[in-house]
Design a binder for this molecule. Structure first.
Ligand code: ACO
Length: 309
């Protein structure tokens, strides 16, 4: 028995902020943002909407797709760097909202790699036989830690949530291999400073273009496959140029990589599960496909899985 994804869901706020809108508040241009990052617009949550509200919407969607009741969830893991408050955790707030009374609940903090850390934690609980259904969510309201006067960062981020229900699947499906890592020494390149995101873009870029392709290839090889066997790539949606580096290294076609960074910007821990949920909805993933999910982020941290759908 292996741990696999039983259903995926997502939620993004209604409010769209375009690059043109940002031209009005900082010294930037639509052209600069598009060519450097691939981002065209992002979603921003309302003042009344918190991380747990978005996590709730994405979770309901995932539970429905998985055909699993909230009462049958054993564990809730929410990956976020923007919790509603430091405690109770978003997971506990969500447990109450969902009525998932049987579930244990905790948050996972690994910035943009948080969802990968969550998935791989869920896998251990499922494959050990301790739990059956684990709800893993990536949810972020990055707009509340964005310095809207800093053009280096404010153009990059957006809000949203993605969720998966994980559970036991047949031996030939599910998570075949994983890779997790951290480099605390690089933490200074991407951190919360004075309640806002502070970033050395060039250093993060260098780290990411090296790490994403490397981790992708590693999980594929650990799973006993070669890169030619990969059917679909779901990279963290931070910057199209970084994503392209991973795609080119795997040697796969443009239409076999999930791309929504143009619509949502970088939603940190939410980006991979949103992209997965959209890919399933759009019929881009078939049963038996070999999928690579790969993320990197603050910490510095990284994580990847090879998954048979
Ligand atoms: N509009 C116009 N000009 C800008 C803007 C902007 N929004 N932002 C920066 N610039 C300027 C800079 O000030 C710089 O000007 P200077 O040369 O006069 O100092 C110039 O543009 C070029 O800057 P570079 O750093 O060379 O631009 P680069 O091509 O590296 O792109 C970017 C910058 C997009 C930030 C890139 O470095 C990047 O994507 N890095 C990775 C960031 C990332 O992925 N972060 C998230 C990690 S995940 C997580 O955990 C949240």
């Amino acid at each position: 028995m292996k741990a696999g994804v039983l259903g995926a869901g997502h939620y993004v706020p209604e409010k769209i902020v375009t690059n043109k809108d940002l031209e009005k508040i900082v010294d930037t241009s639509d052209e600069w943002i598009r060519t450097r990052t691939g981002i065209e617009e992002r979603r921003i949550a309302s003042d009344l909407q918190n991380t747990s509200d978005m996590a709730f919407e994405a979770s309901k969607d995932a539970l429905k797709k998985a055909n699993v009741e909230a009462q049958d969830i054993d564990l809730i893991l929410v990956a976020t760097v923007t919790p509603d408050k430091s405690f109770p955790s978003v997971s506990c707030i969500l447990q109450e909202k969902l009525g998932a009374t049987k579930a244990a609940a905790m948050d996972v903090s690994a910035a943009c790699s948080g969802f990968m850390y969550g998935m791989i934690t869920a896998k251990q609980f499922i494959e050990s036989g301790a739990y059956t259904n684990v709800l893993v969510i990536g949810a972020e309201k990055l707009s509340k830690i964005t310095d809207w006067e800093d053009r280096n960062t404010c153009v990059l981020f957006g809000d949203g949530a993605g969720a998966v229900v994980m559970g036991p699947v047949n031996e030939e499906y599910g998570i075949l291999s994983f890779e997790l890592g951290a480099d605390g020494n690089g933490g200074k390149h991407l951190e919360e400073r004075n309640k806002a995101i502070a970033m050395n873009g060039r250093e993060v870029f260098k780290f990411a273009v090296r790490q994403m392709p490397e981790s992708s290839v590693q999980v594929v090889e650990k799973a006993g496959y070669s890169k030619e066997d990969v059917d679909y790539l779901i990279p963290h949606q931070a910057n199209i140029r970084i994503m392209e580096a991973a795609r080119e290294r795997l040697g796969i076609d443009v239409d076999r990589m999930a791309v929504n960074v143009n619509k949502y910007g970088n939603t940190s821990a939410a980006s991979i599960p949103i992209a997965l949920s959209e890919a399933v909805e759009q019929g881009k993933i078939d049963t038996g496909d070999l999928i690579v999910l790969v993320g990197f982020g603050g910490g510095l941290t990284w994580g990847a899985v090879a998954l048979k759908w």
